[in-house]
Design a protein around this ligand. Structure first.
Ligand code: LMR
Length: 328
């Protein structure tokens, strides 16, 4: 009898342990390459908090910033392999998976972030979120960072000032063509290497948004920043088809809603943060912000805009027309 009681207790304990194990929340890893005090960094943290609040018994989001877990080049593969569940790469980093998103790299395409936003909300912009579906990736939404500026060791006022200079670019052929158009030398390098490349003068300059230039301290090693607003740096929040379709419907809905709210939060701070970090850079006195005259800016437009023609076939003219129309 005693033995039977012992056996029953042991079975009860085992069942309890298994039930307990099943109840442990699943870990969702969100990996990104920027600092936490950026629109993307803040969005990821907001997502983590909303998930904890709403469905924390089932999922826990772990955020890995600053290329801590995976840097450029590796994060998409890691997502497809299931090592992580969310990333939000810059739209410039998808060219291995789709040529259509190259549209966002065309220089001087959007007149401001409101135009970018209008395009992203349009039917054509929304359809682009599905452009990587065939490659195992699910685009869940756009996130803003902002317009890019040019930083360098020397002042850049007109295109000929960039002649022969080496610029770090993201992994985009359009961005390569953009710098080649001004006779500069583009080098595709991961974001995590940019500060050291600039500091050691292995390269002369780079292009980025105010919040990235500030949070990664590029301004401390780049004496000049030209406020060119020549292109956009936005993101696509991305998961894998396998992870997303494997979720129970009700959980997927909760996670998507939390993500949409986190993205809205990130978008709201993107603009404010950009302007604040621009001012922080000016106040630091480490870097001089160069404002172009209309005539100087027009020179950059004239030299860089022909790049559109080179990529027209890959991107599609109707998509380019839809983006141009968003400027009205
Ligand atoms: C860059 O590589 O410069 C940016 O895409 C980094 C980022 O994610 O904002």
């Amino acid at each position: 009898m005693k033995n039977l009681q012992k056996m029953v207790s042991a079975i009860t304990l085992c069942v309890g342990m298994v039930a307990g194990a099943q109840a442990a929340p699943d870990t969702i890893k969100f990996s990104h390459v920027v600092a936490e005090n950026t629109p993307k960094g803040q969005m990821a943290l907001k997502f983590r908090d909303l998930v904890a609040e709403r469905i924390g018994d089932k999922y826990v989001v772990e955020v890995y910033p600053n290329s801590q877990l995976f840097g450029d080049g590796k994060e998409m593969e890691a997502l497809i392999l299931g090592d992580i569940q969310f990333i939000a790469p810059s739209l410039s980093k998808f060219s291995k998976y789709t040529k259509q998103l190259q549209i966002y790299d065309l220089p001087f395409l959007f007149k401001d972030m409101a135009a970018v936003d209008r395009f992203q909300r349009s039917e054509a912009g929304q359809a682009l979120l599905n452009s990587v579906q065939g490659k195992g990736l699910t685009g869940l939404g756009y996130l803003h960072n902002g317009l890019k500026q040019l930083s360098a060791n020397d002042p850049l006022r007109v295109p000929s000032d960039a002649d022969g200079k080496k610029f770090r670019i993201m992994s985009s052929d359009v961005l390569a063509a953009q710098f080649e158009a001004v006779d500069a030398v583009p080098l595709k390098k991961p974001f995590s290497e940019v500060f050291t490349l600039l500091q050691t003068r292995a390269i002369d300059g780079q292009e980025n948004t105010w919040s990235n230039i500030y949070s990664k301290k590029f301004f401390e090693v780049q004496p000049y920043i030209t406020e060119s607003n020549h292109g956009v740096l936005d993101y696509m929040v991305t998961t894998s088809n396998e992870f997303w379709s494997g979720l129970p419907d009700a959980d997927r809905d909760v996670l998507k809603k939390a993500l949409d709210e986190a993205v809205a939060h990130g978008n709201q701070i993107a603009n404010e943060k950009g302007m604040k970090d621009r001012q922080n850079i000016i106040d630091s006195g480490r870097s001089q912000v160069i404002t172009l005259t209309d005539a100087e800016r027009q020179q950059w437009v004239e030299v860089m805009k022909p790049v559109w023609g080179e990529f027209q076939e890959q991107i599609g003219q109707s998509l380019i027309d839809a983006a141009v129309a968003s400027n009205q």
